[in-house]
Design a binder for this molecule. Structure first.
Ligand SMILES: *Cc1c(COP(=O)(O)O)cnc(C)c1O
Length: 384
């Protein structure tokens, strides 16, 4: 039995009879740039996030960068995020002209360690970008409290968390602004690149609309040096169809996570922990295992593809050597980068596939514990 890491084809087949007419409608109107479908999708996505405004852009990275710019953040400013994230979070800060300042990950949730946040704040700090990593919201209440007290803006990197909830509230409605990505493999994915800025702040929304469209509000009157970063209209048409299924897909991911948990609880793997404040949408199902490489190889031999998200923390990336961080600065992120493994996770995954993955892991573990040791810190629930 083969289990791919993600499967975008099965979903397309199931929606083909709605996707194709939606795209055809755009082609027949020849309305390729902005227009009705982008506007309607923005309204629908803002409503989905239980907030007021949404501005479609060309990627999640652009959404973060433009959100920073709308808040007046740039040259000479520092923006705090976590070492344990996809590089795009940090790159967007750099694109805006600001400097990324990193904080380690919480060992239980993998999201930003709130207890280490204040010590990273300097007089130059202007904003915090918590990342709702793997689909689980960061602990937003204490983050917002610190931000309020220190006069900082908060932009949620919700690129992996469409539909997730924090204390009942949707990701995207928790900070001053939020960024989502519609990269094809995200929980809500386009058929190409796309992203969106979501906010309750009308000023931010207005400014984002100008920034994505050459700095103009009226045609050919340019109030600022904006960009061409619009959400593609064909993608908006696709996303409007898919948004109607997002809650169902997220529920399916949560069921799969529950099944993985039941089947893998008895193994030495450390399983994802859902914080009591969180309803994760399991963009990724990330476990920790010693001898991760051997486990990965063994699963591949048994027909199962896995991934690593992410193998190198931001501060150890060659691209970011100039930030001046060193190995050892963020011990949780560094240790986890060596033992995390993402198991197959997508809504269309079926029961048999999950059982196959769990059995393959058990085969490996049983053949493996005899001759190798599994260190304490990867056990379920253990805090390093
Ligand atoms: C995907 C992702 C991004 C970037 O989104 P793109 O649409 O690929 O630009 C940013 N942050 C995180 C956490 C992501 O997973």
């Amino acid at each position: 039995m083969k289990v791919p890491f993600v499967d975008l084809i099965t979903q397309y087949r199931s929606l083909e009879n709605q996707i194709l007419p939606a795209m055809q409608n755009i082609l027949e109107k020849a309305q390729f740039i902005l227009g009705e479908d982008v506007e309607l999708f923005e309204k629908e996505f803002a409503a989905f996030c239980e907030t007021e405004f949404a501005v479609g852009v060309d990627s999640g990275t652009s959404a973060i960068e433009l959100a920073l710019r709308t808040l007046g953040i740039g040259e000479g400013d520092e923006v705090i995020t976590t070492a344990n994230t996809f590089i795009a979070t940090a790159l967007a800060i750099s694109y805006a002209g600001a400097r990324p300042v990193l904080v380690d990950a919480d060992p239980q949730t993998y999201t930003i360690d709130v207890s280490k946040l204040e010590e990273a704040i300097t007089p130059r700090t202007k904003a915090i970008i918590p990342v709702h990593l793997y689909g689980q919201p960061a602990d937003m209440d204490p983050i917002m409290e610190i931000a309020q007290r220190r006069g900082l803006k908060v932009i949620e990197d919700a690129c992996q968390a469409h539909g997730a909830r924090y204390k009942g509230r949707r990701a995207g409605s928790l900070g001053h602004a939020a960024a989502f990505s519609f990269y094809p493999a995200k929980n809500l994915g386009a058929y190409g690149d796309g992203g969106i800025i979501v906010t309750g702040d009308e000023q931010v929304a207005r400014s984002a609309r100008m920034l994505r469209n050459y700095g103009q509000r009226e045609k050919y009157k340019h109030l600022m040096c904006g960009f061409n970063r619009r959400l593609d209209t064909l993608q908006a048409a696709v996303l409007r169809v898919k948004l109607g299924y997002l809650d169902d897909w997220n529920n399916a991911r949560r069921r799969h996570a529950g099944r993985y948990k039941r089947l893998l609880d008895s193994t030495p793997l450390a399983l994802p922990l859902e914080a009591d404040y969180a309803e994760s949408v399991y963009h990724l199902y990330v476990v920790r295992a010693d001898n991760r490489e051997a486990l990965m190889d063994s699963l591949q031999e048994q027909g199962i593809s896995t991934g690593i998200h992410y193998p190198i923390p931001v501060h150890l990336q060659p691209a970011y050597q100039d930030l001046g961080y060193q190995s050892g600065d963020f011990p949780v992120s560094e240790r986890y980068a060596k033992c995390i493994l993402s198991l197959p996770m997508y809504p269309e995954l079926d029961r048999d596939a999950i059982v196959h993955v769990a059995n393959a892991i058990k085969n490996f573990v049983n053949g493996f514990v005899v001759e190798a040791t599994i260190s304490e810190d990867v056990f379920v629930g253990q805090v390093p």
